[in-house]
Design a protein around this ligand. Structure first.
Ligand code: GDP
Ligand code: IMO
Ligand code: MG
Length: 436
């Protein structure tokens, strides 16, 4: 029953899509367990680029089961568009399964997302405006629609009769764009969704656990990153789901002892989209240079990503919250050609050194990065040749950088990524699907 979770160690966009795609060749199921189409995962393979939001990255390879777990929030209109994109590219969604417990993102959630942001004014989170927060709010408030509801007309009718008037009142109060839709309109919309994906809805916890029992390989694909976790991230500048290790269990319906390995994806520097504290952020030329070289523009919203040096205080926090057993270090090539590279190893807060990431955003606002400066390395001409030569062929200073991270976090960097393509990857472990 080997199982492997892939989780972002920073504020998202670490390259989880690429690493998932690299490792899922031998996986039978690829499972999303939290978040929704706020995610934007890029896969570059066989000359094609896929940008996936709500679909698990597994849809790119034929013959896999691509599972949307109960912890995910799903926008079925947007999912339809994404499915068409995959089909147009010659892919297949035969293996798509959606949990009957997954909550549905409705149009009013998107409108409320925008209205809430307006209310916050200068304290706005900078959300993706995909309706993620309001959908999770409804889940907790016990008034959400779940995918399984689509299969129960009576239940749906009753729910719509009290949820829709409530949401209309709320939208009016919040100054959100009004919703003219009637109970009948909403029932018709849901019937349309049922016709398209009704046969994909099932108890995915049973599917996943049965698969593990029968020795199949299951890969859990995280969205966002540890620092955007609703509990452990930079609250309130976070997303509304559990992005860390525990989220895999609650969001996929597996017990903790069924998870064998957790791969933390660490970008070789740090980026963040939206608002919130970022201690090692770079302003001016250096930040712009990282943004340009790394192509740091959001896949979902197109917003420029804020950039800064690698922050190991952040990564240590992520490691503790997720239980990383391996690291995948991505985008090392973006640092090529720098003469030296600072790495944040601690914070100085109110005159004291802190090595653990604090909860308070006020403290984080006063935190100054403590840097250790490592040697940079020269750019290379031929990535394919570099990758073919394996880890030992990498520039010595790059290996020093990688080994500094390993030593600080006490986790092996089993994957080293030096380009966006599936092939631009050095795998130092090989057998990901054994139990050890
Ligand atoms: P995700 O949300 O974690 O899946 O990451 P995104 O897809 O939002 O952003 C990562 C970006 O970096 C994508 O454009 C990837 O194609 C690209 N990428 C991933 N790994 C590497 C790498 O090692 N080097 C370079 N240059 N780009 C990479
Ligand atoms: P992937 O999976 C980076 C950020 C938003 C905002 C905050 C809350 O591609 O790494 P939300 O719409 O979730 O309520 O927004 O979270 N955010 C992401 N940042 N990568 C993501 O996903 C993100 N998903 C949400 O920018 O700051
Ligand atoms: Mg992304």
């Amino acid at each position: 029953m080997p199982s492997l979770a892939i989780i972002g160690a920073q504020w998202g966009d670490e390259g989880k899509g690429k690493i998932t795609d690299y490792l899922d060749e031998k996986a039978d199921l690829i499972v999303r367990f939290q978040g929704g189409n706020n995610a934007g995962h890029t896969i570059v393979a066989d000359g094609k680029t896929f940008k996936l939001h709500g679909l698990p990255s597994g849809v790119v390879r034929p013959g896999k089961l691509a599972v949307i777990g109960n912890g995910v929030v799903v926008n079925l209109d947007d999912l339809g568009d994404e499915i068409r994109q995959v089909l147009d590219a010659g892919g297949s969604i035969d293996g798509l399964r959606i949990s009957d417990r997954a909550h549905l993102i409705m149009d009013y959630h998107k409108r409320l997302d925008g209205a809430e942001e307006k209310y916050r004014g200068k304290s706005a989170v900078g959300t993706t405006k995909k309706g993620i927060g309001p959908t999770y709010q409804d889940k907790i408030a016990r008034i959400g629609f779940r995918a399984g509801d689509l299969l129960e007309e009576g239940l749906l009718k009753e729910k719509i009769s009290f949820v829709l008037p409530y949401k209309k009142d709320l939208m009016e109060m919040m100054g959100a764009e009004a919703c003219a839709c009637s109970d009948g309109d909403l029932r018709a919309k849901m019937a349309g969704w049922r016709d398209v994906i009704g046969d994909r809805i099932c108890d995915t916890s049973v599917l996943i656990n049965d698969s593990l029992d029968s020795g199949r390989n299951v890969l859990f694909e995280g969205a966002q990153g540890a620092m955007l976790d609703i509990d452990h991230g930079t609250y309130p500048y976070v997303t509304s789901s559990s992005t860390c290790g525990g989220g895999v269990c609650s969001g996929a319906g597996i017990a903790p002892n069924r998870l064998d390995k957790v791969l933390g994806v660490v970008k070789a520097y740090t980026t963040r989209v939206g608002e919130g504290p970022f201690v090692s952020e770079l302003f001016g030329k250096e930040g712009e240079e990282l943004q340009r070289k790394g192509g740091e523009f959001g896949v979902t919203t197109g917003r420029a990503r804020r950039c800064g040096w690698l922050d190991l205080v952040v990564c240590e926090h992520a490691k503790r919250m997720c239980g990383f057993t391996s690291l995948g270090i991505t985008k090392l090539d973006v640092l090529n050609g720098l003469s030296e590279i600072p790495v944040c190893v601690a914070y100085e807060i109110d005159g004291e050194e802190a090595r653990h990431f604090p909860a308070s955003i006020a403290k984080l606002g006063r935190a100054k990065p403590v840097y250790e400066t490592l040697r940079g390395w020269k750019a290379w001409d031929d990535t394919a040749a570099m990758v073919k030569g394996g880890y030992d062929n990498l520039p010595g200073e790059m290996r020093e950088y990688i080994e500094f991270i390993e030593k600080y976090l006490k986790v092996p960097a089993d994957i080293v990524s030096v380009g966006p393509d599936r092939d631009e990857t050095i795998d130092r472990k090989g057998d990901w699907w054994s139990r050890s």
